[in-house]
Design a protein around this ligand. Structure first.
Ligand SMILES: [Ca+2]
Length: 467
């Protein structure tokens, strides 16, 4: 396939169409014994050997898509990789739907589920590497995983169970626990229904602006980015009786509205106060999952993201094993990052996983590095500096032995200035106990952290911005 013109959704937003990619596409169909499936494995190979960087890249999925097809393949090809994706035997664009999981008799097709959970991920690597060798006559000198969200989860699965197939794994904003993430996604809608108060997107925007006004400067920069969202002491109840304008209508903050916002930020608790999952991080976009539309007559309508999950089958997607022995033994590196304003998968899920690893394994940073990107949304977006090429940092770590301490990132300001920034690694040695005197500036951080996160002794110490 020569000179193919592609319009990649995410590149359309930030640059011109991708044109003139020169590559060979190999499509292989796999069928499994005892399963009624037809799995497409698609390999893109730079047409000419001189254009191949000698590396292999397996691309991950998103939502309930096993991989993203050309959306993942084209960027890899542009950087000289031979790359592979797989549809897992189902609709490649079913990001939010699991309709493909149902057999005609409405029972679950466990063979297809097995594909997205694990089987097709492994097979695409084995098949892809073999095709690369057949095409060029040489094996790739290094192999990588690259994915975000579902693709991030898949990367963590590779790290936990199949690290020997890869030299490096780039896994961003991983969906490590589908049930918890889905329950968290319904939490704002649940809170509003329980309270009988539906806070519209416009009304949320008022709270979000006041929150940003209060917490933006805590990190020393008024830039629309909150570097430590957990330290933001915003209390929506201080805004009760304040009035503001929403589409020409005067709105007065009620105690019920403030209660809704507080609960959404705090996240779900048991009746005894045990935290069941993180809330929506201060600074993230509430309109995605706390999405309430309004009409001119002020009718408020809930618009939940219909993300399916059930304990009956979601357990298979749970990728929380803390045994990274195989990763260490294989010498494979896991580089991960997560936006701290992620509006779909709160970054605390990944941070908690990392902290569990730190409790069970020594010298974690030798094989696994996590970067938290302040102000960045799910895989991209938000107002914070977005890591520009974490895969390149991983390659440098794997092939040159230079473990990344920072990820280069860029942010476009409200005045369309493009600024270069760096996102720092969340290393254990970067954490320190912070003391404070009662009533002094900053001691609320410890108190809040103890209450909300249960992290009595530890808090991150950010090095601040550079560049
Ligand atoms: Ca700031």
């Amino acid at each position: 396939m020569l000179g193919t013109k592609l319009l990649l959704p995410f590149l359309v937003l930030s640059g011109p169409p991708v044109t003139d990619l020169k590559f060979c596409e190999v499509n292989i169909h796999v069928r499994h014994h005892g399963a009624n499936d037809d799995v497409l494995v698609r390999i893109w190979l730079p047409s000419e050997r001189k254009d191949w960087n000698g590396r292999f890249q397996a691309t991950g999925g998103g939502g309930f898509a096993t991989s993203l097809g050309f959306v993942g393949l084209a960027p890899a090809l542009m950087q000289g990789y031979a790359a592979v994706s797989t549809d897992g035997g189902h609709d490649e664009w079913s990001w939010l739907s699991l309709e493909w999981l149902m057999k005609p008799d409405r029972t679950i097709d466990w063979a297809l589920w097995q594909n997205i959970v694990e089987r097709s991920l492994v097979e695409q690597i084995l098949i892809g590497k073999d095709i690369v060798e057949q095409y060029y006559g040489d094996k790739p000198h290094h192999s990588y995983w690259n994915g975000c969200s579902q693709g991030g989860r898949q990367g963590y699965l590779m790290a936990q169970k199949y690290p020997h197939l890869l030299d490096g794994i780039m896994a961003a904003a991983p969906a490590l626990d589908l049930i918890s993430i889905t329950m968290g996604g319904f939490w704002p809608q649940f809170v509003m229904k329980n309270e009988g108060t539906y806070v519209s997107n416009c009304e949320f925007e008022f709270f979000a602006k006041r929150l940003m006004n209060e917490c933006d400067m805590l990190d020393g920069f008024v830039d629309g980015v909150i570097m430590e969202p957990d330290a933001c002491p915003f209390n929506p109840e201080t805004l009760i009786s304040h009035t503001f304008d929403c589409h020409g209508q005067n709105v007065k903050v009620t105690s019920s509205m403030a209660n809704v916002v507080r609960k959404i930020i705090q996240g779900p608790h048991t009746p005894l106060g045990t935290q069941l999952g993180p809330g929506l991080s201060p600074g993230s976009n509430y309109a995605i999952i706390a999405n309430i539309s309004t009409t001119p007559s002020s009718t408020h309508t809930q618009n939940p993201i219909a993300l399916p999950a059930s304990a009956h089958w979601s357990w298979a997607l749970t990728t929380l094993s803390t045994d990274l022995t195989a990763l260490r033994d294989a010498g494979t590196k896991l580089l991960s990052w997560h936006g701290m304003a992620d509006e779909i998968i709160p970054y605390q899920h990944t941070l908690t996983y990392r902290q569990r690893i730190e409790r069970e394994m020594s010298q974690v940073d030798e094989v696994y590095r996590l970067f938290l990107a302040p102000g960045v949304g799910h895989c991209a977006g938000g107002s914070g500096p977005l890591p520009t090429n974490p895969l390149a940092a991983l390659v440098n770590w794997v092939e040159e032995g230079e473990a990344p301490e920072v990820l280069d990132a860029v942010v476009t300001t409200a005045r369309w200035e493009v600024l270069e920034r760096q996102v720092y690694a969340k290393k254990k040695e970067n954490w320190k106990c912070v003391s404070g005197t009662s009533g002094g500036n900053g001691d609320y951080r410890n108190e809040l952290r103890e209450q909300v996160m249960g992290l009595a002794s530890w808090m991150p110490s950010w090095g601040g911005w550079r560049g």
